[in-house]
Design a binder for this molecule. Structure first.
Ligand code: PLP
Length: 417
């Protein structure tokens, strides 16, 4: 019996699914203790956009450690933090004329979401927040209230309150825009009995929820409704941001201006933990110093690696390669659509292959793993296979991973016929 079976909590999940012991990793390859190589189409659930052990980030972190750079600093001012903030301002915020300020909190996505929800409530003096069906925002109580999946919600042990869920406006939900009109009417009618919300919180592409892509028209309408009813628009870009869609933010070019943007996962660069909210100054002024704290605010090694990650956005090279790889993945998967049980959706290098059935998806995941590919299911019952390889994946690995996936899909779909 392994130490994991013997001593790790029953809560362990990915360790059961991918039951081997990984030892080393480089870009899109993980190698286990037996020396077996796996191509990584999961990238730490969207953390490793720039690959495992990215050489530039590794070098920068080694130098930082060798120079005795400050590792832990609460939210004190450090050289590493200043450099990260300066590069973020120059490369990401200024070109978009975004006046947003950077708020650091505990280093996980759920910490970012908690802070965003808290600030929206403070700034508006309202309690209620509107989230969306199939949305995923984290596991702490506030964020869990916004998370839709009952599997996670049922584990909370207490009522999850002050959040309700509306229809998410993906392309397969033609009624979502009309539903928004009705909602706006109710909120604006003082006799409707419907409370005005402090915020709307959503992902532009629901990642854990099944790779559901919001339509631009619905998003723009939602942004207008938020403005009309005086609610904060919170875009949770924790999984879809940091270049995943072929642009730094998932909402670039979509014509919306969120009041708060939550970032985590990829923002720390090398899998080094970091979370950061971008907060419009009109909202930020509602915080008092130290009112929302966290011991691990601002991880300096993450600032060092994160600063190197931002350099990928100084020119177009990586984002152009994301566009090429996206097209390539779609071309390779397209023939699968001759099977009417399968469908494909997504944006950029977040692509969902909907198998229509959880057992079929689980079988494909198992076969892929046996053949050296790490890929994971998402959406209702895990029936959607989510392709989120590192953006830096070499074409040869992408190709080989797609071969393995396509082979497994054919095999499972034939068996299920
Ligand atoms: C969109 C989104 N928000 C929030 C979270 C929560 O992040 P964390 O697991 O780091 O708390 C996740 C995690 O998958 C996510 O995908």
């Amino acid at each position: 019996m392994s130490i994991f079976e013997e001593r790790e909590s029953d809560i362990r999940a990915y360790g059961r699914l991918f039951n081997t012991v990984f030892k080393t990793a480089r870009n899109a390859i993980q190698i286990d203790e037996q020396g077996k190589q796996y191509i990584d189409f999961f990238a730490g659930a969207g953390v490793l956009n720039f690959g495992h052990n990215n050489p530039r980030m590794k070098q920068a972190m080694i130098e930082y450690l060798q120079d005795d750079g400050v590792l832990h600093s609460l939210d004190m001012q450090t050289t590493a933090k200043a450099e990260f903030m300066e590069v973020f301002t120059r490369v990401i915020l200024e070109p978009r004329a975004m006046p947003h300020r950077m708020q650091f909190m505990g280093p996980t996505g759920t910490n970012a979401v908690e802070a965003a929800m808290k600030l929206a409530r403070r700034a508006t003096g309202r309690e209620h927040i509107i989230a969306f069906g199939h949305g995923f925002h984290g596991m702490t109580l506030g964020a869990l209230a916004a998370t839709a999946n009952s599997y996670f919600r049922n584990a909370s042990g207490v009522p999850l309150t002050h959040v309700s869920h509306e229809i998410f406006g993906s392309e397969d939900q033609p009624n979502a825009e009309a539903a928004l009109d009705v909602l706006a009417e109710k909120i604006l009618d003082p006799a409707s009995g419907v409370e005005a919300p402090a915020a709307f919180i959503l992902e532009t592409i629901q990642a854990e929820g099944g790779v559901n892509v919001a339509s631009a028209a619905w998003l723009q309408k939602l942004a207008r409704v938020a403005k009309d009813v005086g609610a904060v628009l919170i875009i949770d870009d924790i999984q879809a941001g940091c270049g995943r869609t072929g642009s730094f933010f998932s909402f670039d070019e979509l014509g919306i201006e969120p009041g708060i943007i939550t970032l985590a996962k990829g923002i720390g660069g090398a899998g080094t933990p970091l979370a950061m909210n971008l907060v419009h100054p009109d909202l930020d002024k509602h915080w008092s110093p130290g009112e929302h704290t966290g011991t691990f605010r601002g991880q300096n090694l993450s600032f060092v690696a994160g600063r190197e990650a931002l350099r990928y956005f100084e020119d177009d090279e990586l984002m152009q390669s994301v566009e090429k790889k996206t097209q390539y993945i779609r071309e390779r998967l397209a023939p699968l659509l001759s099977d009417p049980r399968l469908s494909i959706r997504g944006r950029g290098m977040m692509i969902g292959l909907d198998t229509g059935d959880s057992e079929r998806a689980a079988d494909i995941v198992k076969k892929c793993f046996a053949n050296g590919l790490i890929i994971c299911g998402c959406g209702t019952g895990g029936r959607v296979l989510k392709l989120i390889p590192p953006l830096t994946i070499p074409m040869a690995d992408l190709d080989a991973g797609l071969d393995t996936l396509i082979h497994a899909v054919h095999s499972t779909m034939e068996e299920a016929a």
